[in-house]
Design a protein around this ligand. Structure first.
Ligand code: FAD
Length: 336
């Protein structure tokens, strides 16, 4: 095990929110390090390869750096390019491929245990912690027979491998609609299953008519008010309003959402509000949690309501947290 130098602030998670937090803390004169278990903006890197954001570029900006794009809405690769440039511009100290496994100590002296790709342990020390770990690492499983077969995936990347194949998409929100359309447009035979009577009302207004028209034309076969009860090597079984149906199938995309790592948050001593979608307890002004010195940022602040905080609004958590950090460091060391 090696031990690295002490930092004022250690940010866990180098997604857009974590980067915004690090920039603002750095601007407040603090010594900051970011640690991510994957690459910079690891979640965005794992989004569908050819995706376009829902948001216009200026709403994805952090650190007052302009995000210019020739497109009305930027692509994933443009966003990755933008966040790389931001990290470079602010000379952020980002330790990529270091998973945080545990935290000990307390306010003013936290010890953070990180493990790299080769299982080597590095212990880092920081006075304050910011947790910006997102929600994209943990899929919402369906808990049905066959879900663990290798043909079942919870992340959609690109359509080519599914040309001519019978593909089932499970879900009724944006990710499911976008994947079903992309697969169909690239030659897959797509069936969509959603437990509600129609696509979810949160599906973006420019995507909804597209998927509804594909269903109406029979180009995508859809089963609404239906569930998947079993997945086999060559078939899937559905429970539909007309009764049980078994259909040919080679690949399944279960796009039923993701959730924050609540165990990780609880292991830090942060309490979750069982009455309020397991939102971690924190001061809404400063975002400091019930554990002194541990701040929460980004989508995790909304607990299970992962559709409430995005890059658009989570990016402002950086300034909120930095304001409180600056005050606390100033009062701890009046000459700083
Ligand atoms: C397909 C798709 C399209 C989207 N489009 C938009 C859009 O157009 N506009 C918008 O505003 N939002 C959009 N969102 C939502 C948005 O991307 C997320 O809300 C946003 O990424 C959350 O930012 P974050 O920094 O909180 O978390 P993340 O971006 O998920 O970053 C969390 C980071 O923490 C790291 N991490 C997790 N656990 C550990 C650990 N134990 N140790 C070290 N590192 C760890 C992860 O590797 C990751 O890099 C979209 C989401 C999806 C899935």
């Amino acid at each position: 095990m090696t031990t690295s130098a002490e930092f004022d602030v250690l940010v866990i998670g180098a997604g857009p929110t974590g980067l915004a937090c690090a920039i603002e803390a750095q601007r407040a004169g603090l010594r900051v390090v970011l640690v991510d278990k994957g690459c910079l903006c690891n979640s965005l890197f794992h989004y569908p390869a050819h995706m376009t954001f829902f948001t216009t570029p200026e709403l994805l900006e952090i650190g007052n750096m302009p995000f210019s794009s020739p497109n009305q809405k930027p692509t994933r690769s443009e966003a990755l390019e933008y966040y790389r440039k931001v990290a470079e511009h602010y000379a952020l100290d980002v330790r990529q491929y270091h998973r945080v496994e545990g935290v000990t100590g307390g306010d003013g002296d936290f010890q953070v245990k990180t493990v790299d790709r080769f299982e080597r342990v590095v212990e880092m020390h920081a006075k304050k912690l910011v947790i910006a770990t997102g929600y994209y690492d943990l899929p919402n499983y369906l808990s049905i027979e066959g879900e663990d077969l290798p043909k079942v995936q919870h992340y959609y990347n690109e359509p080519h491998p599914y040309f001519g194949m019978d593909v089932l998409v499970i879900g009724g929100k944006n990710s499911a609609a976008i994947a079903a359309l992309d697969l169909w447009r690239h030659g897959a035979k797509v069936t969509l299953v959603h437990r509600a009577a129609e696509m979810h009302r949160h599906v973006k207004y420019w995507i909804l008519p597209d998927i509804n028209n594909r269903v109406k034309n029979g180009e995508v076969t859809a089963y609404f008010s239906s569930t998947v009860t079993k997945i086999d090597e060559d078939t899937v079984t559905l429970q539909t309003p007309e009764g049980e149906k078994t259909i040919e199938n080679q690949f399944v995309f279960a796009l039923t959402g993701y959730h924050p790592d609540f165990t990780f948050i609880e292991n830090l001593g942060v309490r979750l509000d069982a009455e309020n979608a397991r939102c971690p307890i924190c001061d809404p002004e400063t975002l400091e949690s019930n554990v002194a010195g541990i701040y929460l940022a980004g989508v995790i602040v909304a607990g299970e309501r992962t559709n409430e905080i995005f890059i658009e609004n989570g990016r402002f958590h950086g300034a909120q947290i930095a304001k409180d950090l600056a005050m606390k460091f100033a009062s701890a060391s009046p000459t700083k």
